[in-house]
Design a protein around this ligand. Structure first.
Ligand SMILES: [Zn+2]
Length: 257
């Protein structure tokens, strides 16, 4: 490795052909965050890049920073994990595209965030091991919003500040990002909050409080899963001020199904 060459663990988020033989690749890298580079001759170089610069591949890349401009030069890539399981199932692959789109929307180049890298890696691994795709999407988003500094409030009513109580009814105000108790909903009259059962609130609270390594113990299905997906979809759309297209398609199919 030459002196100026650096190395990083990286997950491929985007890959575009550039000219006759190059590729421009966007990664989410450990310690570095999002980074885009050019892989010169990638389409010709069987040895250095073949089957590596694919969406979602987990790589060790060696790169050189450019003296001008933001693109780095990708010199070499070693495949650490190809997540073959998620490539063999269309629902899992589609769910992985949601993780990708959320990450691209919410991150900027070269803003290192190890929490984000671990979360993305967790999401891809969970899909690769064939955990239910929509459940993975719920837990990914719960952690994702926290990671970008907007943890949804599921612990006390946004209006009266009373802590969550297992005998009370609740809704979720996606604009304010938290739960509202039945009493406060009654006082406000016009209720636009999303319905949210106490059981779903408890599972989402657990997901917020558990480390990634324990999320596989939590389960959501049926109406609880639909409520959680709806809450996170509306909250995300408000927060990011845009549609997450890949998520909209999957969620709508799930709500109808
Ligand atoms: Zn209240």
């Amino acid at each position: 490795m030459s002196e100026s060459s650096k190395e990083s663990a990286a997950i491929v988020l985007d890959c575009q052909d550039h000219g006759e033989s190059d590729q421009i690749v966007t990664f989410y890298c450990q310690n570095i965050g999002r980074m885009t580079g050019i892989a010169k001759g990638a389409k010709r170089s069987q040895k250095r890049f073949v089957n590596k610069l694919e969406l979602f591949s987990f790589l060790c890349i060696r790169y050189t920073e450019s003296r001008s401009g933001n693109l780095v030069f990708i010199n070499e890539a070693e495949l650490l994990e190809s997540f073959i399981g998620l490539r063999q199932s269309m629902p899992l692959y589609k769910a992985a595209t949601v993780l990708r789109e959320l990450t691209l929307v919410a991150t900027c180049d070269l803003e290192g965030d190890d929490g984000f890298f671990s979360l993305l890696q967790w999401g891809l691994q969970a899909l690769d091991s064939r955990r239910p795709a929509m459940t993975v999407l719920v837990f990914f988003q719960i952690k994702f919003f926290e990671q970008i500094g907007y943890r949804p409030n599921l612990t006390f009513c946004l209006h009266c500040n009373q802590p969550f109580n297992a005998t009370q009814d609740y809704g979720f105000d996606s604009r304010a990002g938290g739960i509202v108790c039945g009493g406060c909903q009654g006082e406000r009259g016009q209720i636009t909050d999303l319905p949210l059962s106490r059981g779903t609130i408890k599972i989402l609270q657990s997901a917020q409080n558990q480390p990634l390594s324990r999320l596989h113990r939590l389960h959501l299905s049926g109406s609880g899963l639909r409520e959680a997906l709806s809450l996170l979809y509306h909250y995300g759309r408000h927060l990011l001020q845009r549609e997450i297209c890949s998520l909209k398609v999957l969620s709508e199919a799930h709500w109808k199904g």
